[in-house]
Design a protein around this ligand. Structure first.
Ligand SMILES: [Zn+2]
Length: 138
């Protein structure tokens, strides 16, 4: 699942609840629940992984800046929420681009829970992002 999807879900919970006792623990663990939902990724990313990662980062940062600008939520807390929501994929990027031998067990666990990856999964991810944006701004 794209980091953008993870971070927008956690940001939505944070913005809508406003309660750090809810949104901080949620952001820290929801990644693993969301990765079990059908989504894009895995072999479907294939040799385009670097390009997709760059696009994902661009969209994620863009959405973060929009939320920071157009909501009354603290930019620092929003950043912390996004880090909490995306940390497993940051470890994945570290393993793919820097050191594949580090944190191997975690990598196996993270890959193992993603059983529903498909190309059409991108539609589900786009739908999740749109629903979150509607919940935040409408
Ligand atoms: Zn993940």
């Amino acid at each position: 699942m794209f980091v953008t999807t993870h971070t927008i879900v956690a940001s939505t919970i944070a913005i809508k609840t406003g309660n750090p006792y809810i949104y901080l623990p949620f952001a820290a663990v929801d990644h693993f629940a969301l990765d079990t939902v059908p989504h894009f990724g895995g072999k479907w990313a294939g040799k385009n992984f670097k390009v997709l990662t760059a696009l994902d980062a661009t969209f994620g940062i863009g959405l973060f800046l929009i939320l920071a600008r157009y909501t009354k939520f603290s930019i620092l807390i929003l950043f912390a929420v996004c880090l909490l929501a995306g940390w497993p994929d940051l470890i994945l990027a570290y393993q793919k681009f820097i050191n594949p031998k580090r944190l191997k067990k975690f990598g196996e666990f993270h890959a193992g829970i993603q059983k529903s990856e498909s190309f059409p999964g991108i539609i589900i991810e786009v739908a999740i992002v749109l629903v979150c944006l509607l919940l935040i701004f409408v």
